[in-house]
Ligand binder design. Structure first.
Ligand SMILES: Nc1ncnc2c1ncn2[C@@H]1O[C@H](COP(=O)(O)OP(=O)(O)OP(=O)(O)O)[C@@H](O)[C@H]1O
Ligand SMILES: CC(=O)C(=O)O
Ligand SMILES: [K+]
Ligand SMILES: [Mg+2]
Length: 513
């Protein structure tokens, strides 16, 4: 049995074309990640392997762009990541390295042998056409727009630019819309891109509305019940603890808080409050997963024909089922995939039924880390990825993969290890958030994801070659069993690294026999 990751590329009228990567049951793989992209109609199918998507010997002979990035390269070959230590060994593999000209790509369509797909959150740092093109060249498979930020007109502009990129340059970048959700978060800082909270400062968190500019050290909160719900002594965590306050006084709609862990406040950052070491979530749990604003955004996404809708703070399977039938009734072909974001305690409780109901899942580690102890996040990630694979659903690993690259051009070694681990676990996709939305080095961050993914994938292939193959016995007579033993021995010999490195392909040995 093989599974498939399908990248459907369709015309505005959605005539189908597909890129299919078959996957082996040996990988107890995740399911089909369909990326329908509105694009000029063109049809192609790439079979990566009948036996393994990572088995070089059986991979498609038709390869793509350099390092499998799948992007348009300028007619002069570009050498991405050549100076980058993590890139160097991936460059030398014949399966990963190929070059195409823009003309060839237009002629043959988008193809990539890279298994791990890359998602970039688009924000002020990357919303220009040229910036989007640069990301596509670096291997962006999906552009994510987060409805927490920006206006619908801004998001429409991004969608149009991605579509134009696909149309004019031959890319197949899909669009993922991520709902805001109705969890408690801060307002937009009166238009400022960030604000610094220093140790010992008193800030006012308020449910009152203000016209910009906001009074100094004031944070608006989107949830009317906020001032009622918090108590003096509660800890208030911004963005899962990036900045921490203690509630010291309540005055009507205003909550005065003392900054105890200083840091940078970003617009619309998530807020959680903790009492006696426990997350306070009674009221939170009453808020709808899809708010009335989210429904309007979903209508917008359907009208714009986005490819994925990622639902924030999913609590149960019901909301996913409801959204899927809503989409089916309204979307032209009902083909928008629904991704369940696993980022709350409730979603962990109902994990299996949520994943079953969804077309895919996202390990949204940012908010998840604000709801459960940080040290539990890695094991939950592993559990979610494994479950998705068992249930045949694609899974995205998201948030803070390369957080330091928001400010610095190279990642920390720990970040590289984290990315490697997500790929090693067989996450289907990796996602950049702030790194690509508002960081200083979006392209470099994407290059790191791509080169690290390719490196791990290459390692799998090498390991696979050395694996002892177990061949079931099927002969029913003595003479058959002799033939079977000979064939099995030949197959094992052929599979041994020695044969491969000597250039003897196992298939040729079997043919000889
Ligand atoms: N469209 C946008 N306009 C302005 N800033 C944006 C936009 N999208 C993202 N950002 C910035 O990038 C940061 C990281 O983006 P990200 O999408 O991960 O958002 P988030 O607020 O952390 O929420 P979520 O939990 O939904 O991921 C945001 O905090 C915000 O500062
Ligand atoms: C991606 C996201 O929503 C999170 O990590 O919280
Ligand atoms: K969101
Ligand atoms: Mg989140």
């Amino acid at each position: 049995m093989s599974h498939a990751i399908n990248f459907f590329v369709s015309s505005p009228s959605r005539s189908p074309a597909s890129l299919t990567i078959s996957r082996p049951s040996a990988f107890v793989s995740t399911g089909s990640l369909r990326v329908p992209v509105k694009k000029s109609s063109r049809s192609f199918v790439v079979k990566a392997s009948a036996a393994s998507d990572l088995d070089e010997s059986q991979s498609s002979p038709v390869l793509v762009s350099e390092n499998g990035s799948g992007g348009v390269l300028s007619s002069v070959t570009k050498e991405y990541g050549r100076n980058n230590a993590v890139a160097s060994s991936a460059d030398s593999s014949s399966i990963e390295v190929d070059t195409v000209t823009e003309a060839e790509l237009k002629e043959n369509g988008f193809r990539s042998t890279r298994r791990t797909k890359l998602i970039c959150t688009i924000g002020p740092a990357t919303c220009g056409f040229e910036q989007l093109e640069a990301l596509a060249v670096e291997g962006m498979n999906v552009a994510r727009i987060n409805m927490c930020h920006g206006t619908r007109d801004w998001h429409r502009m991004v969608i149009e630019r991605v579509r134009r990129l696909n149309e004019e340059k031959g890319f197949a970048v899909a669009i993922m819309m991520d709902t805001e959700g109705s969890e408690i978060h801060m307002g937009d800082l009166g238009g400022a891109s960030s604000a610094k909270a220093e140790d010992g400062e008193i800030w006012n968190f308020t449910v009152r509305a203000f016209d910009p500019p906001l009074p100094e050290r004031t944070i608006t909160v989107n949830y009317d019940g906020f001032a009622e719900d918090v108590k003096v002594g509660d800890d208030l965590l911004v963005d899962g603890g990036m900045v921490r306050f203690e509630v010291i006084e309540k005055i009507g709609p205003d909550v005065k808080c003392l900054c105890t862990d200083p840091g940078l406040l970003l617009p619309r950052a998530n807020l959680t409050f903790w009492r006696d070491g426990k997350l306070v979530r009674e009221r939170n749990a009453m808020l709808p997963t899809i708010s009335s604003k989210d429904w309007l955004d979903i209508d917008f996404g359907i009208a714009e024909g986005v490819d994925f809708i990622a639902v924030s703070f999913v609590k149960s399977a019901e909301v996913i089922k409801h959204l899927k039938s809503y989409i089916k009734a309204r979307a032209r072909d009902g083909d928008i995939a629904v991704i369940a974001k696993i980022e709350s305690i409730d979603s962990l409780r109902n994990l299996e039924e949520i994943i079953q109901a969804s077309d895919g899942a996202m390990v949204a580690r940012g908010d998840l880390g604000a709801q459960i102890p940080l040290e539990q996040v890695p094991s939950e990630q592993q559990k979610i990825v494994q479950l998705c694979r068992q249930l045949n659903r694609p899974v995205i690993v998201a948030s803070q993969l390369l957080e330091s690259m928001i400010e610095y051009p190279i990642p920390t070694r720990a970040e590289v290890a984290d990315v490697s681990e997500a790929v090693r676990q067989r996450g289907d996709a990796l996602m950049l958030s702030g790194e690509s939305a508002m960081g200083q080095f979006p392209e470099k961050a994407l290059t790191v994801l791509r080169t690290v993914s390719l490196r791990i994938e290459r390692r799998w292939r090498e390991q696979k070659r050395r694996e002892v193959i177990e061949l079931p016995s099927i002969a029913s007579s003595f003479s058959d069993s002799i033939s079977e033993e000979i064939c099995n021995s030949a197959a094992k010999m052929g599979n041994a690294e020695k044969c491969i490195t000597n250039g003897t392909h196992p298939c040729s040995m079997l043919t000889f026999l």
